[in-house]
Design a binder for this molecule. Sequence first.
Ligand SMILES: [Zn+2]
Ligand SMILES: [Zn+2]
Length: 343
Amino acid sequence: MKAAVYYDVNDIRTEDRALPELEAGEALIKMHACGLCGTDIHKAVHKTVKPGTVLGHEVGGEIVKLGEGVGNFRIGDRVFVAHHVPCFTCHACQRGHHTVCKQWKETNIEPGGFSEYIRLSPLHVKHSMVKLPDSVTYEQAAMMEPTACALRAVERAGIRPGDSVMVVGTGQVGAILLQLSKAWHAGLVIANDVSEYRLEMARKLGADRIINGAKEDTMASVMEMTEGQGVDVIFVAAAVPALLSSAVNCAAKGGTVLSFAIFNQDTTVSVVANRICMDEVSLIGSYSSTPFEYPTVLQLIRSHVIDVDSMVTHRFPLSKLNEAIRTATDPEERCLKVMITPD
Ligand SMILES: [Zn+2]
Ligand SMILES: [Zn+2]
């Protein structure tokens, strides 16, 4: 089977690998679509993974082989697959923080999503594989993982009907966050970015107002749009420290700022301290997704509450992953979401 193997920046090679052997409880999936995630791009560009790694984790595929004892799936089933499985019993899991569970980080699909075939462990088969209805396409299935990440963030932020919401950074997850905010009956959804293209997409996907942070004073625009109140819920989906500080200032009294941005390890951010106590602004985070979100996102995508189809702007075959990453990182490209398909 072919797999796209990472060696260095701009050096991902298509290699032949042996088809994985299956043990009891396992499944072999043929990949039909795998989304190129911001985290894949970050890993490939900043070299945070070892050479020999196969990236990719947003998978829509088909079961081609099953190990002994898998009762609830059949060969030929079309499925969504996610890469990590929490233990459900550790300290973090018991407190609802399944994405910081030790097992969650240690589990993975083999060799990775950017491969013709993928082996799933019994834990994955049990908890992170979801059968697709006929009406859901493989690409829509591949969009379930980022949608699940956004759903978890929206639930953690606790949007109430009528709330004003601002999404800072309307890239691939920001574009879902703003759609979910609309679906959660936010009264006003503001898209804030520095890319005219992403703002144009945000507008198409339902943002009520847009702010180009490169051209306008975000604070002044926010205050004008919210009659001086500030924004009730702000998602920061861009890893720029100043945006997190500014979001805390743009929040309404009693508002929530949720960081959905993965910063470099040693990044520190300063915020106006009294906004936290005296203005009761909550500063929280949300990381990735859990099996609890998958059934809900399947329904949201299936019923077109969230439009993921319009988000897919580029498609590349497995052997062109280098080109796919270059396209996704080129500011001149009108690119929101890249899908990788088999060769
Ligand atoms: Zn992802
Ligand atoms: Zn756990």
